[in-house]
Design a protein around this ligand. Structure first.
Ligand code: HPA
Length: 223
């Protein structure tokens, strides 16, 4: 994802949880400073199950960021949400794995996505000329494999999109008290949904197109 703006340098941040996925890159856009972390690494080579989510969120928290926006690639669980769509989820589900800052005491955060950031993303998408879907349930699977058709059928009963990264980030942000929302790019129909071929190449090609949309939306963000 390219964020067009004035480059403001880069910083390597260490955390008690280890190294974040990438150095933090600072970009000024219309007077606002964005701090970017590339969760899959600068080369995109870190698979979702190997991402150090705690280090990433802790690194951004240590900078005192006001909020975090995840840009998350997803597959669509619904025929009515075609590849190329943008979705700003309002809820999420991940029943099979968890990541937490609370390893040594019992603390049970109430997980949610931030309504202020969600509205800002939906408005920014409108200004950029896109109709982002303004709600939806994001289901996180473990990865790195895609889902089977049976799994997609099951997940589609409750969810709208499926990905491998957003929930861990959202939950850790809730635990740190940092507002979090996500702009999801629908890069494919999930396995067995819609027509067409599902494969890495198709997903990558659509992700490249969607990355340009994301850059335009972020340019229009007013926080
Ligand atoms: N499944 C899980 N994660 C994804 C998908 C998918 O189909 N597409 C992009 N991320």
């Amino acid at each position: 994802m390219k964020l067009q703006g004035e480059p403001q340098g880069e910083r390597v941040v260490s955390t008690p949880y280890g190294e974040p996925s990438s150095p933090i890159r600072f970009v000024a856009v219309k007077g606002q400073i964005f701090a970017l972390i590339f969760r899959h690494g600068l080369e995109g080579s870190t698979p979702p199950h190997r991402i150090n989510y705690r280090a990433n969120i802790e690194a951004l928290a240590s900078l005192g960021v006001k909020g975090i926006i995840g840009i998350n690639s997803v597959g669509s669980l619904k025929e009515g949400i075609p590849p190329g769509s943008l979705v700003v989820p309002d809820d999420f589900l991940c029943l099979w794995s968890s990541v937490t800052f609370f390893d040594d005491r019992a603390f049970h955060v109430v997980p949610r996505l931030d309504e202020g950031l969600r509205s800002a993303l939906i408005d920014a998408a409108k200004r950029a000329g896109f109709e982002a879907l303004d709600r939806g349930v994001y289901v996180q699977t473990i990865g790195p494999r895609l889902e089977t058709k049976a799994e997609v059928k099951f997940l589609g009963m409750i969810g709208d999109v499926v990905g491998m990264t957003m929930v861990h980030e959202a939950v850790l942000c809730c635990e740190r008290g940092i507002p979090y929302a996500s702009l999801c790019t629908v890069d494919n129909y999930a396995h067995g949904v819609g027509k067409g071929t599902l494969g890495q190449e198709q997903i990558r090609a659509m992700a490249r197109q969607n990355a340009e949309k994301v850059a335009r939306v972020l340019k229009e963000l007013r926080l």
